[in-house]
Design a protein. Structure first.
Length: 184
């Protein structure tokens, strides 16, 4: 019994760092069909409107073009809230010395720079290096490309996730019920 109490105290005293998740939902206009979704994970306490690279954990983007994932493990990753235009900017390999053989880029702006509707807008670019990642537009408006390019209107909403302390306390309560049931 003393071991169980010690274990429960240890669980309560352990400080667990949680993350905050923002869900992305958008209507595709160019490149993809239907809707696109995503999950932006930031360090606990970070906000989608003001985060910096040190707050960035990962982003997964899903559309009819495929599933694409970016995390903070590459030294050539840039991730931050876009203070100038509102929204976010995520990129990997765009800052490689001498240009890029691959590209992973997601931009979400609060205001569409291409029309006057003032609706949220996003663009996703992905190039695996099998084609020229720097010269990918095949026509003047870049609606035809040699790479994955999705464009649409979408925004982020914060996902409510229980804090680790709440989950730990729930687990301790369930453990107590199991132990009580075994004892009787």
């Amino acid at each position: 019994m003393k071991k169980i109490i010690g274990f429960m105290l240890l669980l309560v005293s352990v400080q667990v760092h949680s993350s905050v998740v923002y869900d992305f939902n958008a209507d595709c206009v160019v490149g993809c069909i239907g809707t696109s979704t995503g999950a932006l994970t930031l360090q606990d306490g970070a906000d989608v409107d003001t985060f910096s690279f040190s707050d960035f954990v990962s982003f997964e983007y899903v559309s009819s073009s495929g599933t694409f994932f970016l995390d903070n493990t590459s030294t050539f990753t840039h991730a931050a809230a876009d203070q100038q235009y509102g929204g976010i900017f995520l990129e990997e390999d765009g800052y490689l010395p001498g240009g890029s053989d691959t590209l992973w880029q997601f931009v979400n702006r609060d205001i569409n720079p291409y029309d006057d509707t003032n609706n949220p807008w996003y663009q996703f670019l992905y190039c695996d290096g099998t084609v020229d990642c720097n010269n990918y537009c095949l026509n003047d408006d870049c609606s035809l490309t040699t790479i994955t390019r999705d464009v649409g209107g979408g925004s982020f909403t914060r996902r409510e996730v229980p804090e680790p302390t709440t989950i730990s306390l729930l687990g301790l309560g369930l453990l107590g019920l199991v132990l009580r049931r075994r004892k009787s």
